[in-house]
Ligand binder design. Sequence first.
Ligand code: NAD
Ligand code: UDP
Length: 336
Amino acid sequence: MSILLTGGVGYIGSHAAVTLAQIGHKVVLYDNLSNSRADVVSRLARILGHAPVLIEGDVRDTELLAQTLRTYSVSAVMHFAGLKAVGESVAQPLAYYDNNVTGTQCLVRAMRRCGVRKLVFSSSATVYGEPQYLPLDEKHPTHAVNPYGRSKLHVEEMLSDLAVSDADWRIACLRYFNPVGAHSSGLIGEDPNGTPNNLMPYIAQVATGRRDRLSVFGGDYDTPDGTGVRDYIHVTDLADGHLAALNFLGRDDAAGWHAFNLGTGTGHSVLEVIQAFERASGMNVPYEIVARRPGDVASSYASSDKARQILGWQAGVRLDEMCISAWRWQQHCAQL
Ligand code: NAD
Ligand code: UDP
C-alpha cells in the first residue's frame, strides 16, 4: 500500500516510516522541513536499504497535496505534520491554529478530492487536560488548557464531524502520551532545536555535559516521590501503534471516527527517569528541584485497554530500554 506521511521527516514520522517500509508499504514523506532536516532521508536509506520519496511541501498547500496523492496512488495518510511546543503556542496561537487546524483542513480537502479516506491523526493526551481520574481512558472528558492542546482538540472534533457527514471516512485519532527514545540503529531520533522543552532530551543533554544540570519542576506533588509522573512510551512502540491503526482502518467495521490512547499504562516519576538514564548511560545527571512548571499536572498515564482490545496493540519497551536508545541516539546525534 502507498502511504503518505505528512511530517514524515520529523521525530515520530521518521520512525513510523521505518516500521511501514519494513513490512513492504511504500512510504511517501511530505514535509516542509520547518522542524527537521532533509538528511534524515539518507539516514532512513541506511536503515531501509532504499531512500523513501520526500516531497518538500506544506500541508496548507492543497494543490501540491492532491498532486502528490495522485502521483503516488496513495491509499491512506498518516498526519504527523504540525507544531508541538506548548509554550510557543501560548506566544503564537495563530501559528498553531494555522499549521495544525488549517493544515488538517487543507489535507482532508485534498484527500476528499482524490478519493482517499483513510486517515491516522497524531493527537495528544493533552486533549484530556487536568485528569479527573486515572488511568485516563478515551471516555475521559476532553478539556485542553493551552492553544496547542486546543488545536489538537479542534482537529479531532473537525475530523469527527467529517466522519459523520460522509460514511466513507475511516479516521483514527491516536492520543500519544510521552514519546521518548529512538530507533535501535541510533541513526534517527529526536533532535530539538535550542533548549529542549521535554524531559528526556534535556536529561540526555545533561548526561553529555552539554547542559549543567536538570531543573526538576516541582518536588511537592502528590506522587510517591513528589515529582511529576508521566506515561513514557518508546517511539518504535508508537510506530507499531500506527501500523495497528492502519490495519484496523482496513477492517469492515472501521468506518467512522475513533480515538485511541497510545501509552504503556505505567507512570514514572521524573526521579525514576533520571535514575534509569544514569543506569543506561553510566553518566551522572545532576539535578535540582525547582518550582513547579505552570500548567503541569501531578500525574498522567493511560488506560491502554481500548488499543489492546480493538487494535491488538500494546507497548512492550520498558523505561530502561527507552533510556538506552535515547542515549545511543544522543551520542550519534552529536556527530551529525
Ligand atoms: P516533529 O516536529 O519532529 O515532526 C513534525 C514534522 O512536521 C517536522 O518534520 C516538521 O518539519 C513538519 N511540519 C510542521 N509543520 C508543517 C507544515 N505546515 N507542513 C508540512 N510539514 C510540517 O514532531 P513529532 O514529535 O514527530 O510530532 C509529530 C506529531 O505528533 C505532531 O503533530 C505532534 O503534535 C504530535 N505529538 C507529538 C508528541 C511528542 O511528544 N513528540 C506528543 C503528542 C503528540
Ligand atoms: N520536567 C522537568 N524538567 C524539565 C522538563 C520536564 O522536571 O526540564 C518534568 C515535567 O514537569 C513533567 C515531566 O518532566 O513532570 C515530563 O515533562 P515533558 O515536558 O517531557 O512532558 P509533558 O509535560 O508534556 O507531559
